[in-house]
Design a protein around this ligand. Structure first.
Ligand code: ASN
Length: 310
């Protein structure tokens, strides 16, 4: 086992594929930060552990610990910190390290890491459509930048990148599922040539904090962006529940407890200002840019579900 880990590490560190991914990583992050700052977003520091974190909508092991009599969890996403901060600072973003201890079966997707970074942003008073437009502009201009500046690296790894033009296609989740079955995400991702949106995700498929539509109960005003060419989910976000009573009702529907979200609920007690936002995984983004079959090819120390890692 140990010699296997060491030889895998040596192989990874000597691969040109990893080197190119790392050469792209810094400039991609710098470009995204610059893009957002030029639109008035303020960078805030990440929160690595907290008394409150994203409950997620799928099972993961819980990375929590006690410190001086208080229970903390490593950050699964900064959703609640974003919602609290956006009350004061109307446009924020952060490069947020997230820990999600996924079940071993997730290793087959090629796009899950137990430890990853998401560029997570939130905008006060924005609608879902506003942040989708922002996401499209951000993604298309990033593709243009990478193509222009890193064509040598891209041709070395045989990657042809397309610059998608906005607006991207939109599919309602229930319609996609009715047409393609439960594997709709992979099927559509393989069929489509450009990134596209999945919108109107039903309540049972999402966390409590995305906003339920006024005119369509049970359906949320949220979205995912999916990469083409089979690379799957890129980005997740939506409008948020901001009314205290609605937040409580949604927590109840999920059979979660108010205690779990104490500090967030404290901040939301007199209602929040409406906001919308999203998070985009940086390793998945680099993997997509490079066109690599598996996400661990972009990280020197990837934490692959179910595997022992350094
Ligand atoms: N960052 C996502 C959002 O803004 C939440 C998540 O990562 N689960 O909706």
């Amino acid at each position: 086992m140990e010699t296997e880990i060491v030889s895998e590490l040596e192989e990874r560190l000597s691969s040109r594929q990893l080197e190119i991914a790392l050469e792209l990583n810094g400039p991609v992050r710098a470009f995204l930060g610059e893009f957002l700052r030029s639109r008035g977003f303020l960078e805030v520091p990440p929160v690595i552990f907290s008394t409150v974190t994203d409950p997620l909508n799928h099972p993961v092991y819980d990375p929590s610990f006690d410190y001086e009599g208080t229970r903390y969890s490593l950050t699964k996403s900064m959703i609640f910190h974003k919602q609290i901060l956006v009350q004061k600072f109307p446009k924020i973003y952060t490069f947020s390290p997230n820990i999600r201890l996924e079940l071993a079966e997730k290793s087959s997707t090629g796009r899950h890491l137990l430890e990853f970074t998401q560029l997570d942003l939130e905008q006060q008073g924005a609608s879902r459509e506003d942040v989708m437009k922002l996401g499209e502009e951000m993604f298309s201009s990033l593709m243009r930048f990478v193509k222009e500046k890193y064509s040598k690296q891209l041709s070395e790894i045989g990657r042809e990148l397309k610059i998608p033009s906005a607006p991207y296609k939109k599919f309602k989740l229930l319609e996609a599922e009715a047409k393609y079955g439960s594997d709709w995400e992979q099927i559509l991702s393989e069929l489509e040539k450009d990134p596209f949106w999945i919108i109107d995700i039903p309540l049972d498929k999402r966390e409590f904090y995305d906003r339920e539509k006024d005119d369509e109960p049970g359906i949320l005003s949220d979205m995912d962006m999916i990469y083409p060419e089979g690379f799957g989910e890129a980005l997740s976000g939506g409008e948020r529940e901001y009314e205290y009573s609605k937040i409580l009702e949604r927590i109840r529907k999920k059979k979660q407890t108010n205690e779990q979200f104490k500090w967030f609920l404290e901040a939301a007690k007199y209602d929040l200002k409406p906001s919308a936002g999203f998070g985009i995984g940086i390793e998945r983004l680099i993997r997509y840019i490079c066109g690599y079959p598996r996400i661990e090819m972009v990280h020197p120390f990837p934490k692959v579900p179910g595997k022992v890692s350094i």
